[in-house]
Structure formats: C-alpha cells, structure tokens
Design a protein. Structure first.
Length: 273
C-alpha cells in the first residue's frame, strides 16, 4: 500500500524518509529518523514499534543489517512486514515479507533503501532508485533528493490503488527551528488528490520559512541597508523591520549582522512599488 525511500546524505550529515501511499496520513505511521543515528520506514502491515526499536539498536551501534535481523527475529508477523533501514554510516538493509501483497519488493545500496508494496510494478522502485542516483544538481539537499525519488515512483505508477497521502521527514544535527532540535523537515500531506505535488509545494514553503540561508546568501547588514529595511517596514505599517520580520514569520532569514539576499530583494522590489 506504500512506496518509500530511506537515505543518508552523501556528506553523512542528514538522514530522512520520503513516503507516499493510498492510505490516510501515511506520515503518522511509516517514517522515523534520529540525527547521527539513522532512519527507518516501516510499512505493509506496518509494525510501528519497529521505529523506536530500530533507532535504539542503531544508537547502540548495530549496523542496519544487524538491526533489521533483530527486528525480524522477534516478530511473528515478519512475513507481513516491509522495512527499509539506513544507519549512521550509510549502511542499508531492506525486507519484504512473503505475505506482502504484490507487487512488493525493494532495492538497497550505499546510503539508501527503496521499497514498496501493492505497487503498479517493479518499475516503481526502479524509477525511484534511478532518480536517487541522478543528482544533476550538486546543490540538492537530502530533502530534495528524497522528494525527487518519490515523485519518480509516483510518475512510474506508484501505489496501484491510487493516491492519498505523502510525507517527508529529514533530520540533521541542529537543523531544527532556531537550531533547537534536529528536525530539518517534517511535512505531511494527509489526504489529497496529488499528495506528492502538494508535498513539493510545502517543501518550497519549508525552505522559505523554516530553513536558514547558506553563508553565500547572507548579505552584511550595513547601516545603509538597515535604514532601507526600516523604511520598508514602516511602509508596511510596522514600527520596525524586526517587527515586520516577526509578523511575517521570517525570523530564520535574518541574523544579528546579516539578512538573506532573497529578503533584501523582496524588500527592495516591494518598496519600489
């Protein structure tokens, strides 16, 4: 009923899961990840206890194959389960039980595991694996790569029953809101006619509102620029630029001595109108 990809970024700093299904709120069931530990997707007749158990085993030093073996040997329902795992070093493992409904299967490689059940065919996981490897843009984040793989699977037929929900979950140390946790992306489309496309729209918003810009996009906050931004904010009915930033939920795009280039461009464009 589900297709997913679990992966670690090539730089070894991020872990995540992308998943879609003809199932309500698939993001509440399938994905889990912990920074510096690993990630898991549990699906088919999902055993949600696998999430905590697997991440605990990985945190204790087990590799993905060893952790998966431990999960399965203690579960009488193993033949109904489908699982993909990636550990802290990028080791991967996958399992598709013999009782999973066809088409069901998966592929694993260095840093990733792709799996699905009740699919249109094997071409779904083949397309997902190919998209994962086709990194035409070296600046792609892990979230973008995962989503590209998910959309490739959807385009190849996806869940044979149709579409309903999708989710994207990515972790990296200190990547959360204001650096207070490790959750870089936690997006869910619970019930939608085209959930993968909607997930992509939400990721665009996540990058704008909740992801700080890289160093190359940070403009030094000079006295002249500060004056321009203060004037822009007053023109929008705010007492200060800081107040405007807070009202627009753009705190992640400014610092004590810098402003995101996109924010500067926005202010100057709108300020000129």
């Amino acid at each position: 009923m589900t297709f997913s990809i679990v992966a670690r970024s090539d730089d070894g700093e991020s872990w995540g899961v992308a998943v879609a299904s003809r199932f309500l709120a698939v993001g509440s069931v399938v994905p889990a990840a912990v920074a510096e530990v690993g990630a898991i997707a549990t699906q088919a007749w999902a055993n949600v206890a696998y999430k905590g158990q697997a991440l605990s085993l990985l945190d204790e030093g087990a590799t993905a194959p060893v952790a998966l073996q431990r999960l399965l040997e203690e579960d009488d329902g193993r033949e109904h389960r489908q699982v993909g795992l990636v550990d802290s070093e990028g080791g991967s493992a996958g399992h598709t039980g013999s009782a999973c409904l066809p088409w069901a299967g998966g592929r694993t490689g260095d840093g990733y595991a792709v799996q699905g059940n009740i699919l249109a065919g094997e071409e779904v996981v083949v397309a997902m694996e190919a998209a994962w490897h086709d990194v035409s843009d070296p600046g792609f984040t892990l979230a973008r790569r995962l989503l590209a793989a998910l959309r490739a699977g959807d385009d190849a037929g996806g869940d044979s029953r149709g579409r309903q929900s999708a989710a994207l979950f990515v972790v990296s140390e200190g990547a959360g809101y204001d650096g207070r946790d490790d959750v870089a992306v936690d997006l869910r489309v619970d019930d939608h006619t085209d959930p993968c496309a909607e997930l992509e729209r939400l990721l665009d918003l996540n990058e704008w509102y909740l992801t700080p810009p890289g160093d190359d996009a940070r403009v030094p906050l000079t006295d002249e620029l500060r004056a321009d931004l203060e004037a822009f904010a007053r023109g929008r009915g705010r007492d200060s630029f800081a107040a405007w930033v807070g009202a627009e939920n753009l705190e992640m795009r400014v610092g004590d001595d810098w402003v995101d280039q996109q924010l500067v461009d926005l202010a100057r464009t709108e300020g000129a109108q």
